[in-house]
Design a protein around this ligand. Structure first.
Ligand code: IMP
Length: 435
């Protein structure tokens, strides 16, 4: 086992960062393959709390190389701010530790302006984005007019492309009677970042493929999750990239045959930020309790997360779409003390049980979850590191989820700290960690 993809199986915030932290020592390179600074992973360094948005958390291990792949959209200002913050905490971010793909598209200030207008116009149908300019940056990529990190290497061309794009944006702003962007100011702002970005830019697809040839091990870190994937998620209430495992190939340049495993991350319940269907959502006291106990607030935006029961129909779908070999189940401890725990095993729509995940968000809004009720446990599971030491009902809960989602559950997380983790011996994860 060499090159492993880590992917969210729900609507994000499953705790992928913790698993990346645990696995990083067993890998040489950690690469991000999609998304941008809409993601957030909280890291505690001594008594300081810091949220990484763009740079893989592997950066905290000084002997590892972190790669921002071509599938990521990079806000150069946000990146420079993140580097500066890390350096303030004593973590130097040198080009030996961080590489950015020359092909990674840039999020520029006008993308946020476009996004604000777009979300406002959608009214009730708004996606509830993170307002980081992610969608408009990917629109420019697909529209073949985007600027890329490699453009920072040629200032003249950078300015020319910037001016062309700003002129187009201003024409649209004018038509909508919205405020115009100050072209000179924006060009100056972006160009001033060039010396900070240039040293990190390189051909990362080549770098990664050479590393694979040399026998190096690559951990591919997905952001967001399957149900937010542009193709497989609850469209249009999704992010604008392929968060699923397939995105790891197109977002890094690693061929599919080089991906040797997929770890799916699932929370022991479900959360979602932003708008869109969420069949198992709990708009009651239990939902509030999960939010408070699980501290379910967005790491990037601080927004309260919507909370609900575990949806095995969703996770089973994710296991199939991603080819998940093994699951890490996080935040089991948040369910401690709940009398009865419900698990969604399927959906009914207009009285009929569905076989497959509906492709249409409107239909998904209208489904009725089919629940199975499992007994809870009163004992604390916080910090338990041995599966056999979990309360019987907690063990039964994990085993039942594994049956329902048709996948091995190799890891159970029982708290935010690295050592508050159960790794079940003989599982895929055990092998990946000790490869
Ligand atoms: P965008 O990625 O900012 O375009 O937002 C699109 C949708 O994805 C919104 O519902 C966001 O709340 C959601 N989203 C984006 N990033 C994350 C994340 O890291 N965790 C959870 N939800 C996210």
């Amino acid at each position: 086992m060499k090159n492993l993809v880590i992917v969210g199986t729900q609507w994000g915030d499953e705790g992928k960062g913790k698993l990346v932290d645990i696995l990083t020592p067993a890998f040489d390179i950690v690469a991000r393959y999609q998304g941008g600074h809409n993601a957030g992973h909280t890291v505690i360094i001594g008594d300081k709390r810091f949220v990484l948005h763009l740079i893989p958390s592997g950066i905290l291990h000084t002997d590892k190389l972190c790669v921002i792949g071509n599938g990521v959209v990079v806000d150069p200002k946000a990146l420079v701010d993140e580097i500066d913050q890390l350096e303030k905490l004593g973590i130097n971010v040198t080009p030996d530790q961080l590489r950015i793909s020359s092909r990674a598209h840039l999020i520029l200030p006008y993308h946020r302006v476009i996004e604000h207008g777009g979300e406002e116009r959608r009214g009730k149908e708004k996606v509830g984005t993170t307002m980081r300019g992610i969608g408009p940056a990917y629109e420019d990529k697909i529209g073949r007019r985007g600027l890329r990190a490699g453009d920072f290497l040629d200032e003249e061309l950078l300015i020319e492309k910037l001016r062309t794009n700003i002129e187009t944006v201003n024409m649209l702003q004018e038509a909508q009677k919205a405020h115009l962007i100050d072209e000179d100011e924006l060009v100056e702002e972006v160009v001033s970042l060039a010396p900070r970005i240039q040293p990190y830019v390189c051909d990362t697809p080549l770098l990664l493929n050479r590393a694979v040839k040399q026998g190096k091990r690559i951990l591919l870190e997905g952001a967001q999750a399957t149900m937010l994937d542009i193709d497989f998620g609850t469209y249009p209430f999704v992010t604008s990239s392929n968060a699923t495992a397939g995105g790891a190939c197109t977002g890094t340049g690693l061929p599919p045959g080089k991906i040797t495993g997929v770890l799916g991350i699932a929370k022991a319940y479900t959360t979602r930020v932003g708008s869109g269907p969420f069949p198992t959502e709990l708009l009651n006291e239990t939902g509030d309790k999960l939010r408070a106990k699980g501290f379910e607030y967005g790491a990037s935006t601080g927004r309260p997360r919507r909370c609900g029961w575990f949806d095995a129909f969703v996770v089973r779908y994710s296991v199939a779409i991603n080819g998940v070999n093994s699951i890490a189940l996080t935040k089991l401890d948040v369910l401690d003390g709940i009398d009865e725990i419900k698990v969604c095993t399927g959906y009914k729509y207009e009285g009929k049980q569905l076989v497959d995940m509906p492709f249409d968000a409107k239909k998904l809004e209208g489904v009725e979850p089919i629940y199975e009720t499992l007994p809870g446990w009163t004992e604390s599971t916080v910090g338990v590191t041995d599966f056999d030491k979990l309360p019987q009902n907690a063990q039964a809960y994990v085993n039942r989820l594994s049956e329902l989602v048709e996948c091995e559950i190799s890891v159970v997380s029982t708290g935010p700290e690295r050592n508050q983790t159960i790794v079940r011996p003989g599982t895929c994860f055990d092998k990946w960690q000790n490869q």
